[in-house]
Write a protein that binds this ligand. Structure first.
Ligand code: NAD
Ligand code: 0WE
Length: 270
């Protein structure tokens, strides 16, 4: 398939082969896109370069960018401008809260600093990328971010990240209006739980995967390839009428209130 032929995209958020952004890069490369990449720090550089190579891009299209710093975002887009001149879209697959925010009772563990960092790096960072990409974006371009259903309904330990994702989803709508003036679409993909680095060290993540699998209509968890295929579609002209949306790639989990399969067998008391 070549739905992204002759299009150029920046992928932000690869930390390993397991990253959702890696699945996105693979799908988009398969569909004909030219890709540029950014990495948070030198520790991740070689891993990102490995994925870039796998996707037909050289290390010359991999650039450092810590989204906590505006000057690094400026430098990133200066490089993109130098190499490409313009761009058809950006994939933002970044979320962060200090680890201690994600373990324990919400009221007890949430702090002013933790709240600020989570919202800055998980929500504002998408707006920051949109701002700097704006002058380079082609007609028909697309911005995509990754979100999670914890923005809509509570679950244990997701805590302030749920608030940050709610903010990110609202930012997606406001950006869609703003960027729509230049025919750029802005959407979010809400993925079901996937075992990535961001999920490692989260207590009981395995239990969560099991719970999601049992409640989801498709009776399984989703893969980074499935999220990648959705990102590729949304980045393409096939999705030219879709903007401001949160598209769920979660096996249907979010539409259920209770699992068929977890229903206990009927007893004489029922
Ligand atoms: P991951 O750990 O592979 O990716 C997270 C990325 O965020 C890393 O590449 C990391 O370098 C980057 N990052 C963090 N702070 C940064 C900073 N200051 N500057 C630049 N980059 C920074 O994990 P993932 O699961 O692939 O996460 C990608 C996105 O998907 C996140 O927004 C996450 O919230 C979202 N998401 C994940 C799941 C899941 O279960 N894994 C489900 C739904 C949504
Ligand atoms: O958005 C996420 C991950 C967010 C995340 C993860 C970490 C771990 C390492 C943000 N910041 C950090 N900071 C760290 O230091 N997901 C959707 C995956 C996820 O994380 C959870 C989940 C799910 C699902 C945390 C608690 C409960 C469920």
């Amino acid at each position: 398939m070549t739905i992204l032929k002759d299009k150029k995209f920046l992928i932000v958020g690869i930390a390993s082969k397991l990253s959702i952004a890696t699945g996105v890069a693979r799908s988009m490369a398969r569909d004909g896109a030219n890709l540029a990449f950014s990495y948070q720090n030198e520790k991740l550089q070689s891993r990102v370069e490995g994925v870039a190579q796998e996707c037909g891009s050289g290390a010359d299209m991999c650039f450092p960018c810590d989204l906590a710093h505006d000057d690094q975002i400026d430098a990133l887009f200066a490089e993109i401008k130098k190499h490409w001149g313009n761009i058809d879209g950006v994939i933002h697959a970044v979320g962060y809260a200090p680890r201690e925010q994600l373990n324990g009772d919400f009221t007890d563990v949430t702090t002013r600093d933790g709240f600020a960092i989570a919202h800055d790096l998980s929500s504002y960072s998408f707006i920051a990328l949109a701002k700097k990409a704006k002058p380079l974006l082609n007609d028909g371009g697309s911005l995509i971010t990754l979100t999670y259903h914890g923005s809509q309904q509570t679950l244990p330990n997701y805590n302030v990240m749920g608030l940050a994702k709610a903010s990110l989803e609202a930012a997606t709508r406001y950006l869609a209006v703003s960027m729509g003036k230049q025919n750029v679409r802005v959407n979010a993909i809400s993925a079901g739980p996937i075992k990535t680095l961001a999920a490692s060290g989260i207590s009981d993540f395995r239990k969560m995967l099991e719970y999601n699998k049992n409640r989801a209509p498709l009776a399984r968890n989703v893969t980074i390839e499935e999220v990648g295929d959705t990102a590729s579609f949304l980045s393409s002209d096939r999705a030219s009428g879709i903007s401001g949306q949160v598209i769920y790639v979660d096996g249907g989990f979010s539409i259920t209130a209770m699992s068929d399969r977890e229903m206990l067998p009927a007893t004489s008391n029922d």
